[in-house]
Ligand binder design. Structure first.
Ligand code: FAD
Ligand code: NAP
Length: 514
């Protein structure tokens, strides 16, 4: 039986009139149709291969690959900066959220496809350039995430022990470049600036959930956290309780850990604006449920039935309507000692209840004495090539449905395309949109590069060899994976991550088994 027809190319004696798809038919040369006025050029999926480079092996890289593989002509090479895959699934998701990391299983299935290659330890912008990839592939999809901090742009931001959440998360999760983070927990009070889910992750880790020691948290973080003297954690928002970015599951988790120590500041904030249960009806359902939970905290309701054991006597305070103004440091040590805040205010209850509202700054100030500040105000993308069009508002690459503006064979997906917002499932959505755009462009011939052969990794590997870059293949990552699991088992953890790139490379090449 003949396989289903996928693509064919009709020409009325010399002139092209259109295309239909043939998928796996074995024709490779022009053949005459029954109609003598037309010739039909048939291509076989077995012979025509479309080479696509993906940059970044986080959720966007893998989801985009998975969707592109639906076209049997597509071959994907995934380039990753680190010797290990999975991006923020490995290096962002909190160690006490192990279940979220199960997506790694489906990513591994994708990596094992015979139409996918993983090339780890290849840094785009350093080891290879974007132009190298564009020249070698029919299309390039950038999925390299958002690896830069947003800044507060206030005085004192560079004080010692004022760190970004990105570095703090990287430190406890084993990002090689964060392993030596200069952090000191030998103080009474920590301020976390920002009220998103990353801020709650940071607060939870400072609270040290009892399950933490069995997870893949790094040994160095475990040791420092176990000696923490922090007794007060402020989670500070410049807006009110209706405008927080964190979600109910994460808030509930924090309260569950530390119910007796969690409070709002000002604890009268709902009363001050005349908000009661009945005002909440106009809110969207998720926002209403979250606000009800905060109302309960402010009313100091008991959650004894939920409570787990956590570091005793740690207070966790949600501070609202407080805009960071200045960070002061000890003039002898250079270490942060105070956070200055300016109060903000809403002119009416109706505005207080508006999820999008921005408050007014007022002439009231406050100083919190603290020894640690974690800035958790979001991430933005690095532009690895000066020709990439930038969406400054989103901190992303300018694109429409994943098509990078001004570049015909360049696409992007995930946080790099949407800005650093959304969970892994949202990244799946973005990847689907981008993959669809690319496959549509192949089918509609908008992607003109597919008319010609492209050498793909053959060319790129030559460049990497010339630069003596040790490329880590997926089966070599599995050696690292295996060793990490074995090292973890010895100490009762599910994994002990390697945090040194040189060590990773030795293990990958089989030269080091421990
Ligand atoms: P990333 O995951 O960042 O992947 C980008 C990849 O590109 C990385 O592997 C990186 O090393 C690589 N790369 C970067 N630069 C280069 C370069 N120059 N060359 C080659 N490769 C490069 N979502 C949830 O659903 N649940 C959670 O519990 C959760 N927790 C989170 C915790 C934190 C701290 C953060 C920051 C996010 C969390 N998220 C969570 C959100 C989730 O991690 C993101 O939605 C998702 O990882 C974005 O995927 P991405 O592929 O776009 O980017
Ligand atoms: P985020 O959700 O955007 O939160 C950023 C916070 O920083 C907001 O409260 C924001 O307040 C505040 N902020 C920004 N600029 C500020 C400034 N100049 N001064 C003071 N405050 C400022 O970002 P995120 O917490 O980094 O999270 C990124 C994404 O990852 C989110 O979509 C999050 O849901 C996801 N994530 C999910 C999980 C999970 O599912 N468990 C865990 C971690 C992260 P304004 O609103 O006033 O701007």
């Amino acid at each position: 039986m003949l396989p289903a027809i996928r693509s064919a190319y009709f020409r009325p004696l010399g002139k092209s009139v259109g295309t239909i798809s043939l998928s796996s038919l074995g024709f490779t040369r022009t053949q005459n149709c029954l109609n003598p006025n037309y010739t039909l050029t048939l291509t076989s999926s077995r012979n025509l291969s479309i080479n696509i480079a993906i940059v970044g092996s986080g959720p966007a890289g893998f989801y985009t690959t998975q969707k592109l593989l639906k076209d049997p002509r597509v071959h994907v090479d995934i380039y990753e900066k680190l010797p290990v895959p999975f991006g923020l699934v490995r290096y962002g998701v909190a160690p006490d959220h192990q279940e979220i990391k199960n997506v790694i299983n489906s990513f591994t299935t994708v990596a094992n496809s015979d139409r996918v290659n993983f090339y780890g330890n290849v840094n785009l912008g350093k080891d290879i350039l974007l132009d190298d990839l564009i020249g070698a592939y029919h299309a390039v999809v950038l999925c390299y995430g958002s690896a830069q901090d947003k800044m507060l742009q206030i005085d004192g931001e560079d004080s010692l022990n004022t760190i970004s959440a990105r570095n703090f998360v990287g430190w406890y999760n084993g990002v090689p470049e964060d392993k030596n983070l200069d952090i000191n927990l030998d103080c009474d009070t920590a301020c976390i600036i920002g009220q998103g889910n990353v801020a709650l992750d940071c607060a939870r880790i400072l609270l040290r959930p009892p399950t933490l020691e069995k997870t893949d948290i790094t040994r160095h973080a475990q040791q420092v956290l176990s000696k923490s003297k922090i007794r007060k954690i402020y989670i500070i928002g410049r807006r009110g309780p209706i405008q927080t970015s964190f979600t109910i599951k994460e808030l509930r988790e924090l309260i569950k850990l530390n119910e007796s120590g969690t409070r709002l500041d000002p604890d009268t904030i709902f009363q001050d604006y005349g908000v009661t249960q009945s005002n909440l009806v106009k809110l969207s359902r998720p926002r209403r449920r979250l606000t009800e939970l905060l109302l309960n905290v402010s009313a100091n309701k008991s959650w004894d039935h939920l409570q787990e054991k956590v570091a005793p006597n740690v207070e966790c305070i949600f501070k609202f309507m407080s805009k960071p103004l200045r960070i002061n440091s000890d003039f002898k040590t250079g270490r942060v000692c105070q956070l200055e805040l300016q109060r903000t205010e809403y002119p009416s209850t109706a505005i207080f209840m508006d999820e999008k509202a921005r408050p007014l700054e007022i002439d009231e100030y406050e100083v919190i004495n603290c020894g640690l500040i974690i800035r958790s105000i979001g991430y933005k993308a690095v532009m690895i090539d000066s020709n990439l069009p930038k969406d400054n508002e989103k901190g992303a690459i300018l694109n429409t449905d994943g098509r990078v503006h001004g570049h015909s064979s360049l696409y992007c997906s995930g946080w790099l395309a949407t800005g650093a917002t959304g969970v892994i499932a949202g990244t799946l959505n973005s990847s689907q949109i981008t993959a669809k755009s690319l496959l549509d462009d192949i089918d509609s011939k908008r992607l003109t590069s597919v008319k010609y052969e492209r050498p793909g990794s053959k060319l790129i590997m030559r460049t990497l060899e010339a630069k003596s870059v040790q490329v880590v293949h997926f089966n070599e990552w599995l050696r690292i994976d295996d060793l990490e699991k074995r090292l973890g088992a010895v100490v009762g953890k599910n994994r002990e991550k390697l945090v040194d790139v040189e060590k990773m490379l030795r293990v990958a090449s089989g030269l080091d088994h421990e």
